[in-house]
Structure formats: structure tokens, C-alpha cells
Design a protein around this ligand. Structure first.
Ligand SMILES: *Cc1c(COP(=O)(O)O)cnc(C)c1O
Length: 393
């Protein structure tokens, strides 16, 4: 007979999902109520306020899409684009490629602006593309490229979009909660995120927010949104404020309790403090990795604190290292993607996983494992280097 599934207890320091706080898991196990229960609707209203807090926006259309980050991405594209539209899509890693796929599946044309993986999106190239394509409707790019750990300048890119009369569509799946993001101040028109990265909630929910300008556009489309499920005009019948709430789909009730709890925790900490915590733990991790002799893919100025892409030492089988970390230390780190497969590790310090004890655990485990495999590193120095960074504050 198959028995209950009891997963091992891991420390999740990969590209997501990240560790989930016991408070968030506990929230999820509270009794289920109906998705139109007045108590649930009160919780939904709080959830929208909390998401506005996290996104730093007053956008009325701010809500959690009932599906993972990829659905938030799709929601932004299918609602804003119509067949024949043109969109400038920046690609500097995996996720810009998915944006292109979304644009094309809307019957729109993607004009690509390419940057090397590991580099941020280059605003100069974007400006040229905008000037060359005055008929473009939107500029789309990834804030925090999880495949490489590079952070792009959202404020500068959105300003360029606005100067050229374009909407901006921003992927903030890995950035929300982990590094500075200001939807209103930076003039973002459509933004989507994910629950399982720096919000440290369970996967499967995608917070999104649309500006007034985007909302107008969605309300005045010539064609129907190609996706019934993601059509914001319909979703708002359930999530919109004021009027009577009507059934659209059954919300993921208990996961939304979890999201509510994780956002309450973010607000208790203060989002600016959360950004700072991510930066401090990144600096300590970097001090340890660099003491060992390992290097980062991304230049310091563009490095994400929550996603650390680290080069694998010569002659070391990176998968063997990850296997030892998982089996002997219950520690998960991520592998390189695409051209970086076999060459990089991606160490996540996201949300609840961004803690001193995790930094020290990861450095100690990686140090010991690399020594065990005979890597050419400065063994035994990493934890001390990280500790001295923490102590120097
Ligand atoms: C994880 C991620 C996504 C996709 O989110 P899912 O929840 O896996 O669908 C999209 N964009 C970026 C930058 C991500 O890191």
C-alpha cells in the first residue's frame, strides 16, 4: 500500500522555490472556507493592500493570479497585446526568451534587443530600438534574471519606454521582496511576480499589477483577450473592488492564506529592511566564496543579492557537488542553465532563505565538498571570511 508522502527537510538555496517560514506553512493548514465567504473576501482585500505595499504601488488592479509566475507573465502579455502589435523584448537570459514566445503567441511581433547572458539590459541598445520602431506598443524586460543573477535598471528602462510612448512590461518574479522595486515611482505599466522566490511562500501564485494606463487599454481592446482564464476584464469580477464579487474560478484558498501570511511578515519586517537583509547576506556569501577563490559571473554593480551565479572550479563535476550537498547536507543549490550548464552554480538567498545560518551552512558545506573532491581552492577560509563580514558591521 502506498503510504503518506513525507518529504525530507531541506534547506532551499536554489533559484526557487525558497524556504518557507513555519508561520506561512501553518497559515496554509488553517480550515478551508468558501471562496465567496465574507471572511475570505475580507482576507482578499487585505491581500490586495499587502501586494500594493510590496510592489510600492497604488494601482487598483493589483492581485494574485491563481497560477505560477509563468501565468503572471502570460497575463501581462495577453491582456495588453493584440494581433499585429509590436513589442520590444530585451533578452539577457532565459526569461526574455519566454517573453518573446508570449508576444508571438499573441499574434504580435517581437523586436529583440540582445545582451550577453550575465550582463544587464543595455539602455543604449533599448533607446536605439525604440527610436527605430516608433510604432512599438510596449517594452518588455526582466528585472532580476534568475538564470544569471544580473539586475537591470528598471527605472532607466521604464523612463525610455515612456519617452517613446511605450508601455513597460516588467518581470519581477525574482526581484519582488529581494531588491529595490518601486512600481509607481519607476512608472511600470504591467508587472508580474511569483510567490515562491523572495516572498518565500508556496509556489503557484503570481502577484500582478497594472497601471491606470494599462487598465484603460485592457478595457478598450478591439479583440477579446485570447485566454479566457487570464482575461483581467473577467478576473476583476471576482477580484475587483467595490461591487459584488462573482464566481470566476475557485481561488486557491489555502495557498492564498499562505501568501497573506508571507506578506504580513514582509510588512512586519519592513520591505526596505528586507532589501537590506538580502544585500548583507549576499555580501557575506560573496566574501566566503571569494576567500575560497571562486568568482561570480556578474560584475559587482549588477549583481542580484538573491541569486548568486558562481563559477565552478576547473575539473570539478558540478552535478556531483550538488548531489553531495543534497544527500549529505540536505542543501539544495541550483545548476547553470543554457550556455552555463556545467559551468555555474546558482545559489539563492531568497526571502526566508536569506539568513546568516544559511550563508554559513552553505559556505561550510561547499568548502568541505570541494576539498573532498580535490578542487583547487583555498579550503577552510570561507566561513571565517563570511563571519568577519558579519562581525565588521
Ligand atoms: C521563476 C521565474 C519565472 C517563472 O515563474 P514560475 O513560478 O516558475 O512559473 C519567470 N521569470 C523569472 C525571472 C523567474 O525567475
Amino acid at each position: 500500500m502506498t503510504s503518506s508522502f513525507n518529504p525530507p527537510t531541506r534547506t532551499l538555496m536554489g533559484p526557487g522555490p525558497s524556504d518557507v517560514h513555519p508561520r506561512v506553512l501553518a497559515a496554509m493548514s488553517r480550515p478551508i472556507i468558501g471562496h465567496l465567504d465574507p471572511a475570505f473576501i475580507d482576507m482578499m482585500d487585505e491581500l490586495k493592500d499587502l501586494l500594493q505595499y510590496a510592489f510600492k504601488t497604488e494601482n487598483a488592479l493589483t492581485l494574485p493570479v491563481s497560477a505560477p509566475g509563468s501565468a503572471g507573465m502570460e497575463a501581462c502579455f495577453v491582456n495588453l497585446l493584440e494581433p499585429g502589435d509590436k513589442v520590444i523584448v530585451c533578452q539577457n537570459g532565459v526569461f526574455g526568451g519566454r517573453m518573446k514566445e508570449n508576444v508571438e503567441r499573441c499574434g504580435a511581433q517581437a523586436v529583440m534587443v540582445q545582451d550577453a547572458w550575465g550582463k544587464p539590459v543595455d539602455p543604449d541598445k533599448v533607446e536605439v530600438a525604440l527610436a527605430d520602431n516608433p510604432d512599438a506598443k510596449a517594452l518588455a524586460f526582466v528585472h532580476a534574471e534568475t538564470s544569471t543573477g544580473a539586475c537591470s535598471d528598471v527605472e532607466a528602462l521604464c523612463a525610455l519606454a515612456r519617452q517613446h510612448g511605450c508601455l513597460s512590461i516588467v518581470d519581477a518574479v525574482t526581484s519582488l521582496g529581494g531588491c529595490e522595486l518601486r512600481v509607481d515611482d519607476w512608472g511600470i505599466d504591467a508587472v508580474y511576480s511569483g510567490s515562491q522566490k523572495c516572498l518565500s511562500c508556496v509556489p503557484g501564485i503570481s502577484p500582478v499589477s497594472f497601471s491606470e494606463r494599462a487598465l484603460d487599454l485592457i478595457g478598450n481592446r478591439h479583440s477579446k483577450v485570447q485566454s479566457w482564464f487570464l482575461d483581467m476584464n473577467l478576473v476583476m469580477g471576482y477580484w475587483g473592488s467595490g461591487g459584488t464579487r462573482a464566481y470566476h474560478h475557485t481561488a486557491p484558498i489555502n495557498p492564498l492564506y499562505a501568501l497573506h501570511e508571507s506578506l504580513v511578515m514582509l510588512k512586519e519586517e519592513g520591505i526596505e529592511n528586507a532589501w537590506q537583509r538580502h544585500r548583507l547576506n549576499h555580501r557575506a556569501l560573496a566574501a566566503g566564496l571569494e576567500a575560497m577563490g571562486l568568482s561570480f559571473l556578474v560584475e559587482q554593480d549588477y549583481r542580484l543579492p538573491q541569486l548568486n551565479a558562481v563559477t565552478v572550479p576547473q575539473g570539478i563535476d558540478e552535478a556531483a557537488v550538488r548531489k553531495i550537498l543534497l544527500n549529505d547536507y540536505n542543501l539544495e543549490i541550483g545548476a547553470g542553465l543554457g550556455e552555463f550548464a556545467g559551468k555555474l552554480w546558482r545559489i539563492g538567498l531568497m526571502g526566508y532563505a536569506s539568513r546568516k545560518e544559511n550563508v554559513l551552512k552553505c559556505l561550510g558545506a561547499l568548502d568541505a565538498t570541494l576539498q573532498q573532491l580535490g578542487a583547487d581552492i583555498d579550503g577552510g577560509t570561507a566561513v571565517a571570511a563570511a563571519n568577519s563580514l558579519y562581525n565588521s558591521r
